[in-house]
Design a protein around this ligand. Structure first.
Ligand SMILES: [Zn+2]
Length: 81
């Protein structure tokens, strides 16, 4: 079972989905929710940009996560790299 937050795929699950870290059954669950949910599609677009940035600069992901936890950076804004 993937974790849902407020009826949507959680941030962690989305990230793991993008990184292909979910188990098959979880990935299918996430995929079917995302396919039917424009909100999660948008969140995934934003998160995939972060993941792409993190691939280029692996240390950046931790920094971005920290900023997100502090609430100083909203996911809507592009990451400041
Ligand atoms: Zn959703």
């Amino acid at each position: 079972m993937i974790v849902l937050e407020n009826g949507h795929v959680s941030e962690d699950a989305l990230e793991n989905y993008l990184l292909a870290q979910l188990q098959d059954s979880e990935a299918i669950e996430a995929q079917s929710h995302i396919a039917a949910c424009p909100i999660c599609q948008e969140r995934m677009d934003e998160l995939s940009q972060l993941v792409a940035a993190a691939r280029l600069a692996p240390d950046a992901l931790d920094a971005i996560r920290l900023e997100l936890e502090r609430g100083t950076v909203a996911l809507k804004r592009p990451p400041l790299l």
